[in-house]
Design a protein around this ligand. Structure first.
Ligand SMILES: Cc1ncc(C[n+]2csc(CCOP(=O)(O)OP(=O)(O)O)c2C)c(N)n1
Ligand SMILES: [Mg+2]
Length: 1001
């Protein structure tokens, strides 16, 4: 049966041009195969076939303009359309499949309800008791589920009766898992205790030793001392390493607890004593990084976390990206987990908690946060007047996380059991963190007096205990049993992310030198007495002499401790942390994908953003590259003309699409799907960047090479997420960052806070970031192609920052032989050499190169000044080359001088340089030292403002008229011409000499 294929609903557009016909008569096509590409003045979009079949007749050609309903082609629909029907059915079935939340009912952990001590509001205590008794009886006789049901019913009734109910974001200040429900650790506690002691000792010794060499080296003891048990239980029982059979759990270590990881690796035989002795001495190779830095220890560290707040958000998006890879069918679901260690002070960073709602929304049950609540940060208490654990519980519960509080250690269990009135729990609730901190600094007698002493009944409760017994009442985060039980529960939990909030003591075991005192964080030097105390505190088998020499302790290879430790890791698949990559390079896409961009666009105007989107669309047709592309957009796809991607490759949504989108009839309909490829992040540059980093490091963390392309307003890029970009460099990310709507005057109407004139300067500071400001689509194509080659075919650890503009203009054909220059940073675009004797070297980048080109014409035709016009695709790359060559020459004063690329380009060229960009002058000024020519730069220094492009370029003095006038003036200054032409030009173009410098306006 013959079918007509017509132009579907393309939104508000009429008469849209066909720029590609992707099929031929006789082709057998499948449903959704693209048949033509349409392009409006802002975006291009492919039209997919609604049917399976053979093409009978094509009714359109490239260049035709079409509107909704226009006939595109005729097709002989074949029987495969039955398959199509099947697919539809499958879709519907998938949508209808109910998502069963396996959320563990937290109520079921409650097995006993304690009547709080009587309050003045309790007008009838007997009645209160009856309520509590009946609840207890339901729990005992009918189980927690029934009790929970009844309570929910009562609560609903209370709400509908208009009662004000208590805030239930937080639970009492006790462990979430009751003692009776704790799963016991299968480990040998004695051996584990010894191992932990050695790790603690070696970590502290390493820091102290380094500071004997020089106190400049620094380091931290107190943080790891507080977290040692939290790490140790994970290392011995939970964290599975990457190996041939398993992808590996990913652990984000708290940055300044790094000494503990080195100390364990030393016991494991992975680091030598010599290496420990080189802690924080990295200049000559073989030293250990202060913190987790994959750039410096590429076989060890995976995640740069020490800039606080970045770890938590990067990990959330990592967990989300892992699910994305699984849902897209690129990775097996092996139940891998992402563990994240965070300090309680670190939760103050907006990035730390900023994305926790996303984690719950996306049901990231592969994510486990462990917050080490030692109640202190660097200067003092985290919440002296409150309780950080309760505050965090409220935030995480509110966001929909599974919260497991590990507050009290086992020594408290009998006391809590004996607390029949609930008074102990009441006291635990009322003490603030400042007091809890002071108690751990001041000893058992102080705790008896200040904590238990407040109520006679509590004083009585501990009357048979010595001060030492009271001192031993431990915190949950130091109790391996409690930590094990919480981690076990976290591993089992499904349907939402888990946070383990553990209470610890900062500087645990350090005694007077730094246990729970405000200066603990800074403690990096322990004197002899402190070290002896530390050794005794953890029973490290070293003699006094060995302690004085600050020797490390490592038992014999055949000792039970070393055998145990290695066996545990063997069982868990290998060592952690360890960084490696088994990813295969991506096969190069065919040349013709980029070929069309090398030709002139004729009269057709387009922006470099459109060119890039077209390039990506072409790449999505290549079977090797297509699945690996990860377009990442923070709610700006329509701004960048990328809405065509929605329908074509889908927006990733772990639950698919539960609704019929408003625009479902349209070609660029908002299509969310479980296997979607686009990461549509919403308005979060930090989140989008975290996704980009996860994708850009997938080659190591998931052994699969991905090509992330994150496109954003260039002003909200490096300026906004600069620290993430730095971390990405450290993590050896590979991918594309696209600063769109770039340039101070190009994004005309948007004004001061949108117009970017400095992102390239920021990008230039990251050593492995390669950046370009191309003008023409062939430049964009050459650069993008080379980026793919270097990063994803040759596996070079660099990442690309490319600015793209929204200004539409015609693009010329690529000049012969320009490729090398495009990539190195500059090439000769055009020469004027027939008019005058005077010459200038005119340089420009981005859209402002076009002003320079126009200025060159005026200079030649009207002033008899010839020019060489250079398209400078990257002042940043030119500077890198200039610096390197200059250094080499300085190091070889007697040797043959090498020439920088800039020198080579300019050596046979006359006249001063005029460089002009849509960025601050320091962008082009970067290359000033590498040429002996007189150098003048024009740029857009100052605050942007909204106006037309023309007016803005006049304001910032980068339009063709100013370029002409300034050039003539520069030539006069160089005594190549008289000053009259410059004066005349200024008058002619109405240049106001009295206008203030734009930075002052
Ligand atoms: C973004 C950032 N700001 C400041 C610091 C400096 N700094 C390092 S550790 C620290 C205190 C950390 O306190 P907390 O998070 O509670 O960790 P703890 O050491 O107590 O486990 C500070 C302020 C940093 N590393 N990163
Ligand atoms: Mg802390």
């Amino acid at each position: 049966m013959s079918q007509n294929i017509i132009v579907p609903d393309i939104g508000d557009f009429e008469s849209v041009e066909i720029i590609e016909v992707l099929v031929r008569v006789g082709d057998q096509i499948k449903k959704d195969d693209p048949i033509v590409t349409l392009e409006s003045d802002k975006s291009s979009v492919e039209v997919p076939s609604p049917f399976y079949g053979k093409i009978l007749e094509i009714k359109v050609k490239v260049g035709d303009k079409v509107s909704k309903g226009g006939l595109l082609l005729k097709l002989e629909a074949n029987s495969s359309n039955d398959e199509q029907k099947k697919e539809v059915k499958k879709d519907v079935a998938a949508k209808e499949k109910k998502i069963v939340s396996k959320n563990i009912d937290t109520i079921k952990n409650v097995n006993r309800v304690i009547d709080q001590s009587s309050s003045k509001d309790d007008t009838d205590p007997l009645e209160t008791k009856e309520w509590i008794d009946s609840l207890n009886s339901v729990i005992e006789n009918d189980g927690p589920s029934r009790a929970s049901y009844l309570l929910n019913k009562v609560v609903s009734k209370a709400y509908s009766a208009g009662l004000v109910l208590p805030d239930t974001r937080t639970t009492p200040y006790i462990n979430t898992i009751p003692t009776e429900l704790e799963v016991k650790s299968p480990g040998d506690q004695n051996i584990e205790k010894k191992i932990r002691a050695y790790v603690r000792w070696n970590a502290a010794a390493m820091v102290v030793k380094a500071n004997k060499i020089s106190s400049e080296l620094g380091g931290h003891i107190g943080t790891f001392a507080s977290a040692a048990t939290l790490y140790d239980v994970g290392m011995n029982h939970f964290w599975r390493a990457k190996n041939n059979n398993f992808g590996g759990d990913l652990i984000y270590f708290q940055g300044h607890s790094a000494p503990g990881m080195y100390a364990r690796a030393f016991l494991e035989g992975r680091l030598s004593e010599k290496q420990l002795n080189r802690f924080r001495q990295e200049v000559d190779s073989g030293g250990l990084s202060s913190y987790p830095h994959p750039w410096l220890m590429p076989k060890f560290w995976q995640f740069p976390t020490v800039s606080m707040g970045l770890g938590p958000i990067m990990a959330i998006y990592q967990a989300r990206f892992l699910k994305y890879l699984i849902n897209r069918g690129l990775l097996k679901d092996e139940g891998r987990k992402i563990w994240v260690f965070i300090g309680d002070g670190e939760t103050d960073e907006p990035e730390s908690l900023g994305a926790i709602s996303l984690a719950a929304r996306e049901k990231l049950d592969n994510l486990i946060f462990v917050i080490n609540c030692n109640l202190q940060r660097l200067d003092g208490p985290v919440r002296g007047n409150g309780k950080i654990i309760q505050e965090l519980e409220g935030s995480f519960r509110g966001a929909g996380w599974n919260v497991l509080k590990v507050i009290w250690g086992s020594y408290w269990d009998p006391l809590l059991k004996a607390d029949k009135t609930g008074l102990l729990m009441k006291r635990m609730n009322e003490v603030v963190d400042g007091e809890y901190q002071a108690m751990k600094a001041k000893g058992g007698a102080y705790v008896r007096e200040k904590f238990f002493g407040k109520y006679p009944e509590l004083k009585e409760l501990v009357s048979s205990m010595t001060d030492n017994d009271i001192w031993k009442l431990n915190r949950g985060g130091h109790d391996p049993h409690k930590v094990y039980a919480a981690y076990h529960a976290a591993m089992q939990h499904q349907g939402s992310p888990t946070v383990v909030i553990a209470k610890t003591v900062k500087g645990y075991g350090m005694g007077k030198s730094g246990e729970s005192i405000n200066t603990t964080h800074q403690q990096k030097k322990l004197d002899e007495q402190d070290l002896l105390y530390y050794r005794d505190r953890f029973n490290v088998p070293l003699t006094d002499e060995q302690v004085r020499n600050i020797e490390y302790y490592k038992p014999d290879e055949n000792s039970e401790e070393i055998k145990y430790l290695k066996e545990r890791r063997r069982k868990l698949g290998g060592f952690i942390p360890e960084r490696s990559s088994l990813a295969k390079p991506i096969k190069a896409p065919p040349k013709d994908i980029f070929e069309s961009f090398m030709k002139s666009t004729g009269d057709k105007e387009m922006s470099t953003t459109m060119a890039l989107v077209r390039m990506l669309t072409n790449l999505l047709r290549d079977q090797n590259v297509a699945p690996r592309l990860v377009p990442i957009i923070p709610d700006e796809a329509r701004t960048f003309g990328m809405e065509g991607f929605f329908r074509k490759i889908g927006i990733y949504a772990h639950e698919g699409q539960k609704y019929e989108p408003e625009d479902s009839e349209q070609l660029s309909s908002y299509k969310e799907t479980k296997s979607g490829q686009v990461l549509e992040e919403g308005i979060t540059e930090a989140g989008a960047m975290s996704s980009w980093i996860a994708a850009a490091t997938a080659y190591t963390n998931h052994d699969i090479e991905m090509i992330p392309v994150y496109i954003f307003y260039s002003m909200f890029g490096f300026q906004r997420i600069g620290d993430f970009a730095w971390a990405a460099g450290d993590a050896q990310a590979r991918g594309f960052l696209i600063g769109a709507t770039a340039g101070r005057t190009t994004l005309a109407g948007e004004g001061l806070q949108h117009q970017d004139g400095h992102s390239h300067i920021l990008a230039s500071m990251i050593p492995n970031c390669v950046s370009y400001d191309p003008t023409f689509s062939y430049e964009m194509a050459v650069i993008f192609r080379e980026g793919l080659r270097r990063m994803h075919e040759k596996n070079e650890n660099v990442f690309y920052y490319i600015t793209a503009m929204n200004e539409n203009y015609c693009h010329p054909e690529k000049p012969e032989g320009a490729d090398e220059g495009i990539l190195k940073g500059m090439y000769l675009f055009k020469e004027y050499k027939n008019k005058g004797k005077i010459k200038i070297q005119l340089m420009g980048s981005g859209t402002i190169l076009r002003e320079a080109i126009a200025a060159a014409k005026i200079l030649s035709e009207e002033y008899g000044v010839d020019s060489d016009i250079w398209s400078v695709t990257s002042f940043n790359e030119l500077r890198k080359d200039g610096m390197e060559v200059e250094r080499k020459n300085l190091l070889n004063p007697g040797g043959k001088k090498e020439k920088s690329y800039i020198e080579k380009c300019l050596e046979k060229r006359d006249g001063p340089v005029i460089a002009v960009t849509d960025y601050v002058r320091s962008f082009s000024d970067q290359i000033r030292p590498y040429t002996e020519k007189a150098f003048y730069s024009l740029g857009t220094d100052g605050f942007g403002r909204s106006d037309t492009r023309k007016n803005l370029r006049r304001f910032f003095e980068v339009d063709k008229e100013h370029i002409v006038a300034y050039t003539l003036s520069a030539l006069a200054k160089e005594q190549l011409i008289g000053s009259e032409s410059a004066e005349k030009a200024a008058k002619r173009y109405n240049i106001d000499k009295n206008k203030a410098f734009p930075t002052k306006l």
